[in-house]
Design a protein around this ligand. Structure first.
Ligand code: COA
Ligand code: AMP
Length: 638
């Protein structure tokens, strides 16, 4: 079926035909305390477990190993922060020392193997020290993105029940300083679980008040540990032990705690650096995401460090800090070979600098490839970047659940021809199928649900934190023997995969994954709202933007405009600014089927100006016209 070039095809075929041999071979790139003798135990866990007999420490592999192996003076992290006007380079030796000290501090607070540590921090090196210090101790970190508000943070604290929380006093956005500490205090107050201690990094942009007994000043505590010469060594963990929990939007609005194991993740990420990204140890890798997202976990922190690269930790935006040349400045200044960002960032750059004049300001001779993920890469932006940069622009598709790419163009093996709009071919270990509703494979070129035949490859989630049942019902129940990606897609006759969008209520706003169900819960809680529906409507910059339709209770005297403003504020307060919820529209009724199902897909088609057929089961077709009118009143829709 596939016309893919032979080298890639052979690699992928080998991974499916003989996964034992393939992944044991890949595992040789990792330093093990006990090396794996077998790759997979199909009888363990929910669908089997990777490297069941092996032991290792992820922090040792990401840090100490490189110090011992000759990279002690190489930069491990370059923190480049246009929002604070600072830059800092940290060598592998310095990183080892910082992490060993912080691990001792955490240990002093009672953190040990298997304990959870929540990290609510912006893009500062100390956040990476915290993640690696947890890995060193065998503790499980759970990083929460700074753009989430207290309620979302509280839900994560409740679920993860951390022994300690690491936080900063503030994050710095271009137009404002975001005080994190009041959000942290509110979240802890709302959660029934209380941490033993909070370690707070004071940033000069906004100092935080510390609570006697619970809160500790980061700098003072670490300085005291250094003065006492306290350090902690890496602890050997089972490859199947969790390295972290990362919460992601789930269909019910209750976040899912994606569990990442240690051994499989280290093996898969290291494989990907060489073969997918074509990166060699010692090179500079720049992933312009945030450590609060899976892309940041994998390609700001773990993969570059496991591979002995220098990782750029960029605290800024693609535009406005100070201009659309920001990424190219970073690439030129730090000698970046590979850049990884979200299509939305590229669209923002293209909007501000359509002629790509800024690119000419910098020497990009050492730059080799641009990778995109997080949302669909629109062909216009990919073509624009290819022309402007004169380098490969590679779209690849993945999810928080998988931890690394499901499909991509493995330029380290061979660069496959690029087809705009497609994320190219499945990566090793992913046995990808497009299925119809009954679970039957569809012919090439036909849309269906993208499903992955079990087992998932190393690096992918073994379960959800504390909820095997939800893992089964969310991912494994749709098609027997498959993982349901909840993405719809097409595979063409050459085997190329095109991802078309989610089949559930998840929307993708500026590369950020959000649940419309979660936003509906906030709207529905307003005392004047009778019912509501949130949909993602097409947005030229962010890909999608949420739009809420609300029906008010009868007898409400407040002006609809006032209620709409309150609703926008509520979503910002409860979910966070990252939801980018700016549009609430009051309507008389919602379009529904006769059985009461809200016609969200039809509403979205109207908002996006696409053609649609009125569903025969609709209660009253006029309700759709009213949605169109209400959108038109705001200059939206057809
Ligand atoms: N802490 C606190 N607030 C944050 C935040 C953080 N870490 N990150 C974003 N926010 C806030 C922003 O300030 C903004 O607030 P506002 O409503 O007051 O303006 C809001 O959340 C929405 O942020 P964002 O979606 O990032 O939009 P933006 O207008 O600030 O920037 C882009 C637009 C395109 C430049 C930006 O979305 C971008 O760079 N996206 C890249 C996405 C990405 O890397 N995704 C990771 C997946 S690979
Ligand atoms: P997240 O878990 O936040 O990484 O979001 C995962 C979702 O983002 C996927 O299920 C897709 O819907 C979408 N996504 C990620 N990468 C791509 C891509 N390259 N093309 C299309 N959609 C993507």
């Amino acid at each position: 079926m596939t016309a893919a070039a032979p080298a890639y095809a052979a690699v992928h075929a080998a991974s499916i035909a003989d996964p034992e041999r393939f992944w044991l071979d890949a595992a040789k790139a990792i330093e093990w305390e006990t090396a794996p003798e077998r790759a997979f135990d199909e009888g363990a866990g929910i669908y089997g477990r990777w490297f069941p007999d092996a032991r290792l420490n992820a922090c040792h592999n990401a840090v100490d190993r490189h110090v011992e192996g000759g990279r002690a003076d190489q930069a491990a992290i370059i923190h480049d922060s246009p929002v604070t006007g600072t830059k800092r380079t940290i060598s592998y030796r310095e990183l080892r020392d910082e992490v060993a000290t912080l691990a001792a501090v955490l240990s002093g607070f009672g953190v040990g193997r298997g304990d959870r540590v929540v990290i609510y921090m912006p893009m500062v090196p100390e956040a990476l020290f915290g993640m690696l210090a947890c890995a060193r101790l065998g503790a499980i970190h759970s990083v929460v993105f700074g753009g989430f508000a207290a309620n979302e943070l509280a839900a994560r604290i409740e679920d993860a029940s951390p022994t300690v929380i690491l936080a900063a006093s503030c994050g710095v956005e271009p137009a404002r300083t975001v005080a994190y500490k009041p959000l942290l205090d509110a979240a802890i107050a709302r959660s029934s679980h209380k941490p033993e201690a909070c370690l707070i990094l004071q940033r000069p942009q906004a100092l935080a008040g510390l609570m006697e007994g619970r809160d500790h000043d980061w700098a003072e505590t670490v300085a005291a540990a250094k003065a006492e010469g306290r350090t902690a060594d890496p602890i050997a963990m089972a490859a199947t032990d969790p390295l972290y929990i990362l919460y992601t939007s789930g269909t019910t609005g209750k976040p899912k705690g994606v569990v990442r194991d240690t051994g499989g993740y280290c093996v898969a990420l290291t494989w990907s650096m060489t073969n997918l990204y074509g990166v060699r140890p010692g090179e500079v890798y720049f992933c312009a995401s945030d450590i609060g997202w899976v892309v940041g976990h994998s390609y700001i922190v773990y993969a570059p460090l496991l591979h002995g690269c220098t990782t750029v930790l960029y605290e800024g935006k693609p535009v406005g800090t100070p201009d659309a040349g920001a990424f190219w400045r970073v690439v030129a200044e730090h000698g970046v070979g590979t850049l990884f960002t979200a299509p939305t960032a590229l669209r923002a750059i293209k909007k501000d600098d359509p002629r790509a004049a800024k690119i000419a300001d910098y020497d990009l001779s050492g730059f080799r490839a641009l990778f995109l993920a997080g949302e669909r890469a629109d062909p216009d932006s990919v073509a624009w970047a290819e022309t402007a940069l004169g380098k490969p622009v590679i779209d690849h598709w993945w999810q928080t659940e998988t931890g690394w790419a499901i499909a991509g163009n493995p330029i380290g093996i061979e660069k496959l021809p690029v087809k705009y709009g497609s994320t190219a071919m499945p990566m090793p270990g992913y046995d990808l199928h497009i299925l119809d509703e009954s679970g039957k494979p569809v012919p090439a070129g036909t849309m269906g649900t993208i499903a992955l035949k079990l087992p998932l490859p190393p690096g992918c989630l073994p379960t959800l934190w504390g909820s095997d049942a939800r893992f089964r019902s969310s991912y494994l129940a749709t098609f027997a023997g498959y993982y349901d990606t909840s993405d719809a897609g097409i595979r063409d006759a050459d085997g190329y995969v095109t991802v078309l969008g989610r089949t559930d209520d998840i929307i993708n706003v500026a590369g950020h994954r959000l649940s419309t169900g979660g936003m509906e819960a906030v709207l529905a809680a307003h005392p004047d709202v009778a019912e509501c529906a949130v949909i993602g409507i097409r947005d030229a910059l962010k890909g999608e933007a949420p739009c809420g339709f609300v029906v008010l209770k009868s007898g409400v005297f407040k002006e609809p405009a006032e209620i709409e403003r309150e609703l926008v504020a509520r979503v910002r307060d409860e979910i966070g600014p990252v939801a980018a919820f700016k549009l609430a529209l009051t309507v008389e009724r919602l379009p529904k089927t006769r059985s009461g199902k809200i016609l969200r897909a039809t509403m979205k088609a109207i908002a996006d100006g696409q053609s649609y057929t009125t569903p025969p089961t609709i209660e009253d077709p006029a309700a759709l016209d009213e949605i169109g009118e209400s959108l038109k009143s705001r200059g939206l829709g057809a």
